[in-house]
Design a protein around this ligand. Structure first.
Ligand code: ATP
Ligand code: MG
Length: 424
């Protein structure tokens, strides 16, 4: 027997019964981002591997161990994107969107990382990404954080903590880096292996370690905020003032470092205690060095990525209401005259009532199996047309959910009656 075909490990199917929260989230997000003047970018899923090496950094987990890279038939090394920002910047440079101007953009779609699959951690997952370019002032750091807050509010999810930190400028970070390496070097023997390796490559990343023994050492490490220069401090204070001004609560987490080299100044994460170990739903920060690093003009940028699967898991846990997509109406038809008349009427109803979700029975069957299908698909009403009704140019309207008695309705009155019953 042939081997059973299955989805790739860590890559999930979303079935029709589970699609409503995805559709709702995308509709709400598009509205929220537009409300702040952000335009959508749609980008390829595949980019040159080089882009991610240069953008995300060669010594990050993502590039070292998690990328899906392959050589195409032309001999070029390509990768499935492990995040969205690099592609956004690549496109921005390529299309001249970043020269001496401001850009507010967003992007969404699948991203791929070869991680160990577990709850909230997949190999194909999805992100919503928001990015603002060409604005160096802290007001736009506040703006992107406010966009995330607006998205939570509009969706009705709550209980997040906004964790905030500043990495300062690359220069001020160099001073800190030296102090950190000196401190960690003294405790090298007690560090885990990954962290020991990072000591020479990306020491700030050690602050982010999840290994308990390493965390204990990190607790006594020098503080990044003590090493900020005056300009970085001023920027960070302005971000905090801006957030306070909008009533957005935050906590400062000095251990919050985004792994990527290009981050400067503000970094943040929205976390929740409701999702177990995979607690970050949204992460972002300022990356003033990135555009230049990728060959564009020196252009400041700030943005964030939302993990859609985690956000949807949280929506489910908090039972936030999601508009249903079950059919409103199931149209039962039998008899030689009614089949064609019902098909025409169904088209007419969909045309006259935008938003109406109507399933027309197909594949024949008697009244009983048709009503069973009607009930099974979740419809609120059945329309029933046999030859008798067809002869009178009418249909029977029957609630499937105990909402009133069945009645007969002439075809020409049906759009108005259904609109009333369904609130369309
Ligand atoms: P984590 O610390 O959980 O690995 P990260 O720092 O690698 O997250 P980012 O690269 O900042 O994550 O991606 C932004 C968001 O994408 C995260 O906050 C999270 O919600 C989500 N995310 C990251 N990796 C995964 C994954 N493997 N599966 C599902 N969602 C993910
Ligand atoms: Mg990760």
């Amino acid at each position: 027997m042939a081997q059973k075909l299955q989805a790739v490990r860590g890559m999930n199917d979303v079935l029709p019964a589970g699609a409503a929260p995805w559709q709702h989230l995308h509709a709400v997000a598009a509205e929220v981002f537009a409300a702040y003047g952000y335009g959508e970018l749609r980008l390829p899923v595949v980019e040159r591997t080089e882009l991610f090496k240069r953008a995300v950094g060669e010594v990050t987990d993502v590039v070292e161990k998690e990328m899906y890279s392959f050589v195409d038939r032309g001999g070029e090394s390509l990768s499935l994107r492990p995040e969205l920002t690099a592609g956004v910047v690549r496109a921005g440079i390529e299309h001249g969107l970043l020269y001496n101007q401001q850009q507010r953009v967003w992007c969404t779609g699948p991203v791929f990382r070869y991680e160990r699959p577990q709850a909230g951690r997949y190999r194909q997952f999805h992100q919503l990404d928001v990015e603002a370019f060409g604005i160096a002032t802290p007001d736009v750091d506040v703006e992107v954080i406010a966009i995330a807050a607006a998205l939570w509010r509009r969706l009705g999810v709550s209980g997040f903590t906004l964790q905030l930190n500043s990495l300062g400028t690359p220069e001020s970070r160099l001073g800190y880096r030296a102090a950190l390496v000196e401190y960690l070097g003294r405790h090298e023997a007690s560090l885990d292996e990954d962290s020991r390796r990072r000591l020479g490559t990306n020491p700030l990343r050690v602050l982010d370690s999840k290994v308990p023994a390493t965390r204990e050492i990190v607790a006594g490490a020098p503080q990044l905020l003590d090493h900020l220069d005056a300009a970085s401090r001023t920027h960070f204070e302005a971000v905090q003032r801006g957030l306070a001004d909008l009533g957005i609560a935050y906590t400062i987490n000095q251990r919050l470092v985004r792994g990527l080299d290009y981050y400067t100044h503000t970094v943040f994460e929205w976390t929740t205690t409701q999702l177990g170990a995979q607690d970050a739903v949204c992460a972002g920060g300022r990356y003033d060095g990135l555009v230049e690093q990728l060959g564009g003009p020196a252009t400041p940028g700030v943005g964030f990525g939302v993990g859609i699967e985690r956000l949807i898991a949280l929506m489910a846990l908090q039972e936030v209401p999601v508009p249903g997509k079950a059919p409103h109406v199931y149209f039962c038809r039998f008899g030689s005259h009614s089949e064609a008349a019902a098909a025409r009427l169904a088209e007419e109803l969909r045309r006259q009532l935008p938003g109406l979700r109507l399933v027309l029975n197909a594949g024949g069957g008697g009244i009983k199996p048709q009503l069973k299908r009607a009930d099974g698909c979740g419809a609120r009403y059945a329309l029933i047309m046999g030859d008798d009704e067809a002869a009178q140019s009418a249909v029977q309207v029957k609630s499937l959910r105990g909402e009133g008695e069945p009645f007969t309705c002439p075809w020409h009155e049906l759009p108005a009656r259904l609109a009333g019953l369904l609130g369309l």
